[in-house]
Ligand binder design. Structure first.
Ligand code: GLC
Length: 751
């Protein structure tokens, strides 16, 4: 046997031994954990068990006999949400550990969606950076900060797919594509949980909202959601599967219903699909008051019935309704709930606490010194600036107006949002970590901090932005005057933080207030106009796009957003973001997304005058900006798409390669997208689906070959019987710079 083979054999034996021993250790740990948890459950009274299933909110602390502290002493609270700060939570933890009968630690939970004290771009924005390492690291920093402030679990990642920008929570997801949203879900779970949940540096993730919450009818939050099992499996489940396969510790059931049955009481969704099919064995919690909501929806006659339905559906923890605490004991005593079911739910809660190390050291997450050193430290802030820069999307750049020329000496910054702070943080950003205005860099501040003394920057509000009504039109003349005196105008428009996020639904996606009037007035004077969008969701920016020379989508960029915008406008960073959600031309186009299914009357791209198609008569059927779109300060060209074979059998993979060159004047990054279309299938399929992508850096003049591998699962789908199959036949392999800019298509036969 050759030497190197002997070495290989030796290495493989070591690996085998190591794997076996790790397996044994893990098994031992698991059995140790199981034994400890089972032993604890044996000691617990039924009331104490039910207490562990009760998630109470700190918001209603009222210092009565039923105050949080008194309930903790009685063992009636297993977890608390909305309580923040190492010092405050330490006090509550001491009560639980030292003054309750069994001393079971409390698990503190919070909505740390995209940062705790250091706020990163809102998730829909961050996703547009197509950088999973950045996404994982920002979640990891959020975890470091939250865990330093006494938080054990975060209600994130939110992975709801939505095609409706009227729905304010579209901002919390990763966009319209299930494949990419799954990769982001996994990255966020790994970032939050790290490699050691018990380290005190990480938090348990809670993937939400299971499932199909983003299908809210008419974009209205908490509204009816009606969709097929096929849509559930093809669109809504994949990111949850990815999160579960990445080891997410908990899942939150949605407010919404599936197939007419509210998720909280839906056995098919929670038991058959989540537990059995997806193999989730962690802690399942409800959303806020959704047990009580069953009575409001009318699927439970009373609160006691609602509790019975929720327990029977497999829910472990009741968020804030208090009804588990009120009714479970009675239901067990009446024989309607078997105490074993309660024991299983309690076990999942205690295992979560065990994995967090709370039984080893219940005070590990309450280190005041670490909290002070960790929150918003320089490293975190610098990374927030990086994350914000790389996810911004250059939508238009007429005559290369950007980056701003060095001869520009007078810059007018106009618009109510240019001088705002909280609107850079989004609905969720900073709410629970007591963010302060001086911590956040506005766009105006960012520009002022980034130019030298030779450049004069002046500001005019232009109009008021305070709700949806048109206000402050009288301010426009002053803004126009400033613009006339300047070399270039940077106009900042978009939405206030409260206009998106939870319960932030709007009936139309026009820019709120009198911002369009401001755009028109400024555009009319003919100065070079750069419009920066500060928004969580896509808006109708047809007018902005027509009248601006350049448009930068800055999203809700977080604490360092103003500096990130300045980095791009001043050329310190070449924008590399690409949209992960389609921008409709107007509200009437909603829902619109790239992965639509072929129809018998698709628009005839070569002859759009043909009447008999599914087009609109008044506007194009394409979005204003498509999924995967984004410009750069340089140009890229694509060549030589090659498949390793034009015909494979169903269990083979195929290598796809393409050459990409930077043919422009600046170094830059490009997101190359690989789409697959199943040309003939037993069930109607999307004309194209994203199956791979690569974000690469290319110096000016540089060329790289990018390789992808497509495996049989990339050609598979749910057939008529809802079985995951690959049907032989012809497939289209497409390489694009966006979903609407396909550079090459090659046919692949699978037989
Ligand atoms: C809210 C949201 C959910 C959040 C929870 C706790 O209603 O739907 O996303 O995590 O309640 O604040």
């Amino acid at each position: 046997m050759k030497k190197n083979n002997q070495a290989k054999v030796k290495i493989s034996k070591i690996v085998l031994l190591f794997t076996f021993s790790v397996g044994v250790i893990t098994a031992q740990n698991t059995s140790t954990m199981d034994k400890k948890v089972n032993a604890l459950i044996q000691k617990m009274t039924l009331e104490e068990k039910v207490g562990q299933l009760n998630l109470a909110t700190f918001v209603n602390e009222n210092n009565t006999t039923n105050s949080l502290s008194e309930m903790i002493k009685r063992g009636e609270i297993g977890s608390i949400l909305k309580s923040n700060g190492a010092e405050k939570n330490l006090q509550l933890q001491k009560i639980a550990v030292e003054q309750s009968r069994l001393g079971i630690p409390i698990m503190f939970q919070e909505d740390v969606i995209h940062g705790y004290k250091t706020i990163f771009p809102s998730p829909l924005g961050e996703a547009a950076g197509w950088n999973l390492e950045t996404i994982e690291k920002s979640a990891s920093i959020a975890a470091k900060e939250a865990s330093a402030s006494g938080i054990h679990l975060t209600y994130a990642p939110m992975v709801d797919i939505s095609n409706d920008p009227r729905w304010g929570r579209i901002v919390e997801g990763a966009g319209e594509d299930p494949f990419y949203a799954s990769l982001v879900a996994s990255a966020r779970v790994k970032g939050f949980q790290g490699n050691d949940l018990a380290s005190g540096q990480n938090v348990m993730a809670c993937v939400k909202h299971f499932a199909g919450y983003g299908a809210a009818l008419a974009g209205r939050d908490y509204n009816i959601a009606d969709f097929s099992e096929r849509t559930l499996r093809e669109i809504y489940l994949p990111p949850f599967r990815a999160a579960i396969n990445s080891g997410v510790g908990s899942v939150m059931a949605a407010y919404s219903a599936y197939d007419g049955i509210p998720a909280t009481a839906n056995q098919k969704l929670l038991k058959d699909i989540l537990r059995k099919e997806l193999g989730f064995n962690g802690m399942l919690i409800t959303d806020w008051e959704t047990v009580r909501n069953l009575v409001k929806i009318g699927t439970a006659a009373n609160e006691k019935e609602a509790v019975l339905q929720s327990i029977n559906a497999g829910v472990d923890v009741d968020m804030t309704s208090g009804l588990f605490l009120k009714h479970i004991k009675e239901l067990v005593q009446e024989g309607k709930i078997n105490v074993d079911v309660i024991d299983q739910a309690v076990k999942r809660v205690l295992i979560a606490k065990y994995k967090l190390g709370l039984f080893d050291d219940p005070y590990r997450f309450f280190d005041l010194k670490r909290e002070k050193e960790t929150l918003m430290n320089a490293e975190h802030l610098e990374f927030a600036r990086k994350a914000a820069r790389e996810c911004m999307v250059l939508l238009k750049n007429e005559n290369q107006l950007l980056p701003l020329n060095k001869n520009i000496k007078k810059i007018a910054v106009i618009g109510p949002l240019a001088n705002r702070k909280k609107d850079l943080l989004s609905w969720w950003g900073g709410n629970y970590s007591q963010w302060k205005p001086e911590e956040v860099v506005s766009i105006l501040d960012g520009l002022k901090k980034s130019v030298d003394s030779s450049v004069e920057i002046k500001y005019a509000e232009g109009v008021k932005l305070d709700g949806f009504e048109a206000k402050g039109l009288e301010l426009i003349p002053e803004a126009v005057k400033l613009a006339l005196e300047s070399d270039v105008v940077i106009l900042v428009v978009g939405e206030e933080f409260s206009m998106s996020g939870e319960a932030g639904s709007i009936s139309n996606i026009n820019l709120p207030g009198a911002q369009e009037e401001l755009v028109n007035a400024i555009a009319k004077i003919g100065k070079p106009l750069v419009t920066v969008l500060l928004n969580g969701r896509p808006f109708d920016i047809q007018n902005v796009n027509t009248k601006s020379n350049a448009v930068l989508e800055a999203w809700q960029p977080g604490t360092m957003g103003g500096l990130a915008v300045a980095d791009i406008l001043l050329g310190k960073y070449n924008p590399s973001g690409k949209l992960t959600v389609s921008f409709p031309r107007n509200t009437g186009q909603i829902p619109i997304y790239y992965n639509y299914k072929r129809t018998s009357h698709d628009v005839n791209e070569t002859n759009k005058t043909v009447r008999w198609t599914n087009k609109y008569l008044d506007i194009p059927t394409t979005p204003l900006f498509p999924f995967g779109y984004g410009l750069s300060y340089t140009e890229f060209s694509y060549s030589n798409l090659k498949l390793s074979s034009s015909a494979i059998n169903p269990n083979q993979s195929v290598n796809v390669s393409v050459e990409v060159s930077n043919t422009g004047k600046a170094d830059g990054e490009e997101v190359i997208q690989l789409y697959v279309g199943d040309d003939v299938s037993s069930v109607a399929r999307p004309a194209k689906e994203l199956k791979e992508y690569a974000k690469i850096s290319l110096k000016k003049g540089e060329k790289k070959t990018v390789n992808f591998i497509l495996t049989p699962t990339d050609f598979s789908f749910y057939n008529k019987e809802m079985k995951w199959v690959l049907e032989p036949g012809s497939f289209s392999i497409m390489i694009g710079a966006s979903s609407a800019d396909i550079k090459f298509t090659e046919k692949l036969s699978i037989q």
